[in-house]
Design a protein. Structure first.
Length: 407
């Protein structure tokens, strides 16, 4: 994984401060240590799931589902996975019904995930699915120890796994929240964690990741008032759901009141997919308001050598320049051309991440890279990356409305 910055960021004191802050956090915030965990208990638990199971279904929302989905969708096209992953992550009745039609309940194992153990959306869906398939052996619950969901699982003699107490939902993909469904689908989670561990070691031991991560974080934090929108422009359809995961991570972690002032701050995340968004959003990036920074992500080796045929078409001879070019080379040429065009503008902060290949190790590296970047930027912007007070009031209002209906 290579990260190249096209902007200048030279603030050694701020970089040292950010590094020291996350070094201190390692003992308090649990996601830092997840790449080093022993996954033997998860692997052994996965062996309990019957062989006739064909589908794994996550019933969860936000941090309970987005990470596993991002990893699964990244590796699925290039791996012969043994089970299909489905997700119930919305109370949209059409979506629920559509997903139910795609699975055989008798050949499905459900993973119900709620860190708090009281997530309204999750349990609305669970109650409906359970009414159709009330066999608790078909469900595994993942929650905090001692939560209402934990007590429920114990009451009905169902299996329950735990989220480490100091791991927040949106940082939990490398915990049982993400690892269990991925293991059950056949994803190489040992390699996934190895990729994350490589980035962790490189950052904390002054390796190749430390300098770009620190410089990037300092630039974003010091310039957040001007460049308050951060875009990922990913040149692969495989990264579509990674972009969704990043949007939650970035938005929920950085949009806050500052700790030591009354100011509202944040960096608005936008996920784009190239080359299709070249024909829409690129116009805004090029000629629109200068309030956006952009990270391009491309894949060095797709391991798919599809070639454009050596054909000349009447009236389209100008497009013969495409002949005998491989699609993987073309998509990366498109990415490089857009980078060059925006670099020529002179006032748009750009960086690029090059992923070596499509596999679990690579996506593990990218996930941990963005978790680290989030923590660094939060520290430098003087916000708490790990709470979400702005989300809670909506939950309180919803529960009051539901209680009023029952009166």
């Amino acid at each position: 994984m290579k990260n190249r910055l096209y902007f200048i960021s030279n603030h050694p004191k701020a970089q040292a401060h950010a590094l020291q802050a996350v070094q201190k956090e390692q003992g308090k915030i649990g996601y830092y240590s997840l790449p080093d965990q022993d996954i033997t208990p998860i692997l052994k638990y996965a062996e309990k799931i019957p062989e006739h199971i064909e589908s794994i279904v996550i019933i969860g929302i936000g941090g309970s589902s987005l990470g596993a989905k991002a990893i699964y969708e990244f590796v699925k096209p290039v791996n012969n996975l043994k089970r299909t992953l489905y997700l119930f992550e919305s109370t949209d009745p059409i979506d629920i019904n559509t997903t139910l039609k795609e699975i055989d309940l008798e050949k499905t194992h459900f993973i119900v995930i709620s860190k708090s153990g009281t997530t309204v959306e999750t349990f609305a869906i669970y109650k409906y699915v359970y009414s159709l398939h009330p066999d608790t052996s078909s469900y595994t619950f993942i929650t905090d120890p001692g939560s209402p969901l934990d007590r429920y699982a114990q009451e009905v003699h169902a299996d329950v796994l735990y989220v480490p107490r100091n791991v927040g939902g949106r940082f939990s993909v490398l915990s049982p929240v993400g690892l269990l469904p991925l293991v059950l689908c056949g994803v190489d989670v040992a390699s996934l964690l190895s990729g994350a561990r490589r980035v962790k070691e490189s950052f904390f031991e002054q390796g190749y990741m430390q300098e770009p991560l620190l410089k990037k974080a300092v630039f974003y934090a010091k310039n957040h008032a001007r460049y308050n929108i951060n875009c990922i422009f990913a040149y692969s359809e495989l990264l579509k759901y990674f972009c969704e995961w990043y949007v939650q991570l970035w938005g929920e972690s950085l949009g806050k009141h500052q700790r030591h002032s009354a100011f509202h701050v944040g960096l608005t995340p936008i996920g784009l997919i190239g080359p299709k968004d070249q024909h829409s959003f690129l116009q805004l990036l090029t000629d629109g308001t200068r309030d956006k920074s952009i990270t391009f992500i491309k894949i060095e080796n797709f391991e798919e050598r599809m070639m454009i045929p050596d054909l000349s078409l009447p009236h389209l001879e100008s497009l013969d320049i495409l002949n005998s070019i491989s699609f993987d080379r073309l998509i990366n040429m498109q990415c490089d051309s857009v980078i060059e065009s925006l670099e020529q503008e002179g006032d748009i902060p750009i960086d690029s991440i090059t992923l070596p290949r499509v596999d679990a190790y690579t996506i593990g590296s990218l996930i941990y890279y963005y978790e680290l970047l989030t923590s660094l930027v939060a520290e430098l912007m003087d916000v708490n990356a790990y709470d979400q007070p702005g989300v809670e009031n909506g939950k309180v209002i919803l529960k009051k409305k539901l209680e009023e209906i029952k009166r």
